[in-house]
Write a protein that binds this ligand. Structure first.
Ligand SMILES: NC(=O)c1ccc[n+]([C@@H]2O[C@H](COP(=O)([O-])OP(=O)(O)OC[C@H]3O[C@@H](n4cnc5c(N)ncnc54)[C@H](OP(=O)(O)O)[C@@H]3O)[C@@H](O)[C@H]2O)c1
Length: 255
């Protein structure tokens, strides 16, 4: 699932590099590289992935899609690597983000399938959410100004997913994933300005502009997003990708 997304796209490439055959789901017809069979399906539509599931022995699944129940029922013995989130660590149904991710984790557990749960911190690619502000001027406004976040490179999440999909020893594990350091939003904006060659300023806005779910996670449970995890170095044998590296590779996406 999500085969054209930040994480799923890199999962497809990583599986191809390992010589795996891939079934890739997209809502649209695509030209896929050799080794990939495209499936046009909308994961928001119940039942849309049932038929495809019968042909796979391992699956990369994202949380919160309506096709989930049918997909899990049709996967039989397949190993599921679920892209969940740090918020699942709240272990409660009160937070809407946690509720979505925990709901999918519980659905996988309920289906009795071998599984690996990935619980990443916020993605480094989330900085792209500031594109509109950057188009309008040199000031970036954001909530949780003093909360450091150990943002993770989506490519690292994908690399861990590929390891979990192709190597033994990951069944039943929860992998918390982060980048190599925790950075506050003003620090993130500083690095973004360096990467873009622009003098950017940061302006704090009230936490409630980040929504109640964000307040619960960033303000009340900073352990979920601020702690640096050693999962990427220990599983991939190299340091986790830094925000500076991600910005170097993705500068053009900021327009
Ligand atoms: N951003 C974060 O900080 C964060 C943190 C923790 C967890 N996550 C989880 O990670 C997941 C994947 O993130 P990502 O950055 O790889 O996502 P992304 O780049 O937006 O990709 C998601 C892919 O899912 C497919 N898709 C199918 N139905 C969709 C729908 N209704 N809306 C949007 N996309 C749909 C799209 O492929 P087609 O257009 O080809 O169909 C898209 O390429 C998120 O959904 C979230 O649950 C995110």
């Amino acid at each position: 699932m999500g085969a054209t997304g930040n994480v799923g796209g890199a999962v497809v490439r990583g599986l191809l590099e390992r010589g795996e055959e891939v079934l890739a789901v997209s809502r649209h017809e695509r030209k896929w590289p050799a080794g990939v069979t495209g499936i046009v399906a909308d994961p928001m539509r119940p039942g849309s992935l049932d038929a495809a599931a019968a042909d796979v022995d391992r699956a990369f699944v994202m949380s919160g899609y309506a096709a989930e129940a049918g997909l899990l029922a049709s996967l039989r013995e397949a190993h599921v690597v679920l892209l969940s989130a740090s918020s699942a660590g709240l272990g409660t149904g009160d937070n809407p983000l946690a509720r979505m991710h925990l709901g999918s984790e519980r659905a996988v557990l309920g289906a009795g399938l071998p599984h690996t749960f990935l619980r990443p911190c916020s993605f480094q690619s989330n900085l792209l959410r500031w594109r509109d502000q950057l188009a309008a001027g040199d000031a970036v406004r954001a909530p949780f100004a003093d909360v450091p976040v150990a943002m993770v490179d989506p490519a690292d999440i994908a690399a861990v997913a590929v390891v979990a999909l192709t190597e033994p020893g990951h069944a039943g594990l929860v992998h918390r994933l982060s980048g190599p350091e925790a950075l506050t939003p003003p620090q993130q904006v500083g690095l973004l300005g360096e990467a873009l060659g622009r003098e950017l300023s940061f302006e704090a806005v009230p936490d409630d502009e980040g929504g109640a779910a964000g307040i619960d996670i960033f303000r009340h449970h900073p352990d979920l997003e601020s702690e640096v995890q050693d999962t990427v170095p220990s599983l991939l044998g190299r340091p986790a990708g830094s925000l500076r590296d991600w910005l170097d590779r993705n500068r053009a996406a900021f327009g």
